[in-house]
Write a protein that binds this ligand. Structure first.
Ligand code: AMP
Ligand code: TRP
Length: 328
């Protein structure tokens, strides 16, 4: 079983990324043959950015993933921009991608609405590059948070259409979204997802936040005026905290509801703050150890890219052949 996922380069990964995605990457290392994880710098250039910061952010994210438990001996960890097969396959796949499908992508609609100066063509083609990322490795499984489900559905469509048009060449991947924690909400606006770009500072728990910041943010999280600790549609703030607690404890929501039955919100929030701080502390500490060794991080990425390219180039050979592109 081949597993593939991608993550945007930024030093500011939040609890949603950690719970929805990174946790699954770590778990996938033992099932993946191999598990392949890619830091997607080519996706990051679709919105305004600083070139020098991009390189730094890739190293931040590499250190974060290693701190979270990725082990380069048990997975392939690399930078997208080091493996040119991704961009080549992206172009080839545009031949079997409908313009109308891309127009319907929720993330494109949201992100393009937020751009002040330029809605780049790259932002529009973003999901095709994402399809290329996965299809280049003939991956079977794509671990992501809920917000990426639509992109995985599109890549399935693209693979199916490619195989129908040019013959069985690509693997149609399956999405893997965690049962609990696939959509962690903003603490200040619990009907919106926690997000690096759209959320407020106070509403976002960063993996690298210290205990003081974590406690302050959770204690000031928006909750309803009731007093029951339970999951309900009209209690998005408390529901979100119950879910966070359930993930950290490795139990289901009802177990948390029972544990805090009859307790005040204040006491519950205090318990969640302590649990989150304990959960993130070892990651933050390992990150501080790993991040300064830039040569080591570069080396890890270079070795990963070499392994990734060996896999992707074999697929590209088949795709070019099937499509009649280039020489024999
Ligand atoms: P990104 O930082 O946008 O590359 O996202 C990396 C991964 O985190 C993707 O698999 C997303 O689906 C996941 N993710 C992002 N935000 C959240 C959230 N609020 N809750 C759960 N998962 C999330
Ligand atoms: N678009 C994804 C996100 O924003 C990141 C990503 C890029 C990805 N390529 C991928 C995720 C391939 C899964 C598979 O989170």
């Amino acid at each position: 079983m081949r597993i593939f996922s991608g993550i945007q380069p930024t030093g500011r990964k939040h609890l949603g990324n950690y719970i929805g995605a990174i946790r699954q990457y770590v778990e996938g290392q033992d099932r993946g043959d191999p598990a392949i994880y890619c830091i997607v710098d080519l996706h990051a250039i679709t919105v305004p950015y600083q070139p020098s910061e991009l390189r730094r952010a890739v190293l931040d994210t590499t250190a974060m993933l290693l701190a979270a438990g990725l082990d380069p001996d048990r997975c392939v960890l690399f930078r997208q921009g080091d493996v040119h097969e991704h961009t080549e396959l992206c172009w080839l796949l545009t031949a079997v991608t409908a313009h109308g499908e891309l127009n319907r992508m929720t993330q494109f609609k949201e992100k393009s609405a937020r751009q002040r100066e330029l809605v780049s063509a790259g932002l529009f083609l973003y999901p095709v590059l994402q399809a290329a990322d996965v299809l280049a490795y003939r991956a079977h499984e794509v671990p992501v948070g809920e917000d990426q489900r639509q992109h995985v559905e599109l890549m399935r469509e693209i693979a199916i259409r490619f195989n129908n048009r040019f013959g069985e060449t690509l693997v149609v991947p399956e999405v893997r979204v965690p049962e609990v924690g696939a959509r962690i909400m903003d603490l200040q606006a619990p009907t919106d997802k926690m997000s690096t770009t759209a959320s407020t500072e106070q509403g976002t728990l960063y993996v690298l936040d210290d205990e003081k910041a974590i406690t302050k943010k959770i204690k000031s999280a928006v909750t309803d005026s009731g007093s029951e600790v339970r999951v309900a549609a009209d209690k998005p703030g408390i529901s979100n905290l119950v879910e966070v607690m359930a993930v950290i404890r490795g139990v289901d929501n009802p177990t948390i509801e029972r544990e805090f039955d009859g307790q005040q919100y204040g006491a519950f929030k205090q318990a969640v703050a302590e649990a989150v701080a304990d959960f993130l502390r070892p990651v933050r500490e390992r990150y501080e150890e790993l991040r300064p060794d830039e040569a080591g991080l570069q080396q890890t990425l270079a070795e990963g890219a070499e392994r990734a390219q060996a896999l992707a180039s074999a697929t590209l050979r088949d795709v070019r052949h099937a499509m009649g592109v280039g020489g024999e």
